[in-house]
Design a protein around this ligand. Structure first.
Ligand code: GTP
Ligand code: MG
Length: 568
């Protein structure tokens, strides 16, 4: 008769490893008692397996007066335990040993100093039978002792009597929570000699029904009498089977793992991460002043084009005006190489706050915390700080990312995911500003044709100057009434006039054409920069918001995977 069959499946080792892994991953996410409970199970299992597995520890547990000690004596074949009329009688657990050699360390671990060899020679070799105090005791120490040992023993024999078998204390506190341990449980209805024969069956049926309701279907129930010895042979045979199998210890540990894993949660499908990055990128771009920067890229390009290719006579006027992009401290001339980091004071792109520590000390008007409002700081662009509305939009986008990712997760994990979305938001302002500075600085590269046009402008300017000087010379000679030298002409127009007027017209024309080209070029650059900025800012959002969320989702996926392995 093999009532106790261990399911084929992953080994205890791999299930234990999986449970520990799940506990580790759940650390800080799930209630501490569930996590530490799982760790305790793993630890207990680790110890139990190093102790004698040739011995099976069975505990007689039950209410006071149910007859545990009487049954213990009956099985042991000698009066080892005191049986009393004054309740409760047994106050400390004691052990009866059948071939107890080598069980010392096991009993030390169980912390049971009272050990006696059993007198009966009726098989049961390897059984360590414990007589426990009562679980429903008025003595708290009894209850604690029972609870401690119920957690450790290999086999639980619940002893009930016809009066108290339906006791709520037994069913609510012990039997139902131990439903996963039904493979290592027996229930003994003792004192059946006190019932008329017809009532025994009725009593057994009722007890069976209660046990089924507790989730303990399949747990053997035996009717015995410690006094008359009725049913004791069956009980002995059942115990003998379990002891001979030498499997109760591992079945018990497996049930412990199942219970601990269930306390950690049910493994669920990991939801697919949803892409909320579009809204986040848009909000970050707005807050970082990307539209402003893009406009400045176009204007800056035109500005520099005019300075480089404009008519030399008038281009200096343009030089007096500042470069729109450099005014934002963006570009190769801007000190972008400086220290960029530093703590961002507020949530999203409050540019301007955060002074790198180096500057914080020197400048005036800065608080001790290093917050500088409105001050220009080397290494940061001077794009105006994000407005409250823009910051709120970023916060909303971050929250949406967290909510979307957390939507299908169980409570504590959802909270962890939401927290992950926010975890690095303080770094966003700095990081976004940095990529805005570096990405848009690339738009300040000067096209090669500017240089060619510039050379051409100066050649035309030289021709114009030559014409002017030539005409000036002719004017001077005329003034001094000197004879006029012969004048070369183009058609009827003299050469110096051609040079002067042609130079002016050509210079202005070249400047106008260049301006047209620069206008188109500026637009092209602005478009390209806008794209590059969206990509770069999107990457920052990905690194600082989505990546932590992905990491947490991945952690949850690994957790459920470990939990599934632990439960197998
Ligand atoms: N009629 C009858 N009386 C029994 C039987 N088993 C035990 N008793 C009596 O019930 C009383 C209690 O028995 P114990 O063995 O001390 O009960 P216990 O469960 O060890 O009680 P605690 O140590 O207080 O938890 C004693 O008077 C026993 O003689 C039985 O099978 N039939
Ligand atoms: Mg007793």
């Amino acid at each position: 008769m093999k009532l106790l069959r261990r399911k084929e499946g992953p080994s205890l080792d791999s299930r234990l490893a999986a449970l520990l892994e799940a506990a580790e991953l759940a650390e800080g996410r799930l209630p501490e008692e569930a996590v530490s409970g799982a760790r305790a199970v793993a630890e207990r299992a680790g110890v139990r397996r190093t102790l004698s597995i040739d011995h099976t520890v069975a505990a007689l547990a039950g209410a006071t007066g149910s007859g545990k000690s009487s049954l213990y004596n009956a099985l042991a074949g000698t009066d080892l335990a005191a049986v009393g009329v004054v309740r409760p009688t047994t106050s400390a657990a004691q052990a009866a040993l059948w071939d107890g050699e080598g069980s010392g360390p096991l009993l030390d671990w169980l912390d049971i100093p009272q050990r006696h060899p059993a007198a009966s020679a009726s098989g049961l070799s390897g059984l360590v039978l414990l007589d426990l105090p009562d679980h429903d005791s008025i003595q708290v120490s009894h209850r604690l002792e029972v609870d401690r040992l119920v957690e450790l023993v290999d086999l639980l024999v619940w002893v009930v009597d016809p009066q108290k078998y339906a006791d709520a204390a037994l069913h609510d506190r012990y039997l139902r929570p131990l439903a996963a341990h039904r493979g290592v449980m027996l229930v003994v209805l003792n004192q059946v000699d006190r019932l008329p024969d017809s009532a025994v069956d009725r009593c057994l049926r009722d007890l069976r029904r209660l046990l089924d309701e507790d989730g303990l279907a399949g747990v053997p129930v035996l009717a015995v009498s410690a006094r008359t010895g009725a049913g004791l042979a069956e009980l002995r045979a059942l115990l003998n089977d379990r002891v001979a199998e030498r499997k109760s210890w591992s079945t018990r540990l497996a049930a412990d793992i199942t219970t601990a894993a269930a306390r950690l949660g049910a493994p669920e499908e990991t939801p697919a991460g949803q892409a909320m990055d579009r809204a986040l990128t848009a909000a970050l771009c707005e807050a970082a002043g990307v539209p402003l920067v893009v406009e400045a890229v176009a204007k800056g390009h035109r500005h520099r084009a005019v300075v480089a290719t404009g008519w030399p006579v008038t281009r200096w006027i343009r030089k007096l005006r500042p470069d729109p992009l450099r005014r934002l401290r963006i570009g190769p001339m801007a000190p972008t190489g400086g220290p960029m980091g530093g703590p961002a004071g507020e949530l999203p792109p409050g540019r301007a706050p955060a002074a790198p520590s180096g500057q914080a000390a020197g400048s005036s008007g800065q608080s001790a915390s290093g917050q500088v409002i409105g001050a220009e700081v080397v290494g940061r662009t001077s794009v105006p700080a994000a407005s409250a509305v823009q910051r709120a939009r970023v916060e909303t986008a971050i929250r949406d990312v967290g909510e979307a990712a957390a939507s299908d997760l169980p409570g504590p994990w959802a909270a962890a995911v939401r927290q992950a979305a926010r975890s690095r938001s303080r770094e966003l302002a700095d990081a976004v500003d940095r990529v805005v500075a570096t990405t848009s600085a690339r738009a300040t590269r000067r096209p090669r044709w500017w240089r060619a046009v510039n050379v051409l402008q100066w050649l035309v300017f030289a021709a114009m100057l030559a014409g002017a000087l030539w005409l000036g010379g002719l004017f001077g000679m005329d003034y001094l009434r000197l004879p006029q030298p012969p004048l070369p002409t183009v058609g009827v127009v003299p050469w110096p006039t051609v040079l002067l007027v042609g130079g002016v017209l050509a210079g202005v024309l070249i400047a106008l054409l260049s301006r047209l080209a620069a206008w188109a070029g500026g637009r092209r650059r602005a478009r390209r920069t806008a794209r590059a900025l969206r990509t770069a800012v999107g990457q920052v959002g990905d690194d600082l918001v989505l990546a932590p969320v992905r990491a947490e989702l991945d952690r949850y996926a690994r957790f459920t995977e470990a939990l599934t392995r632990a439960r197998a």
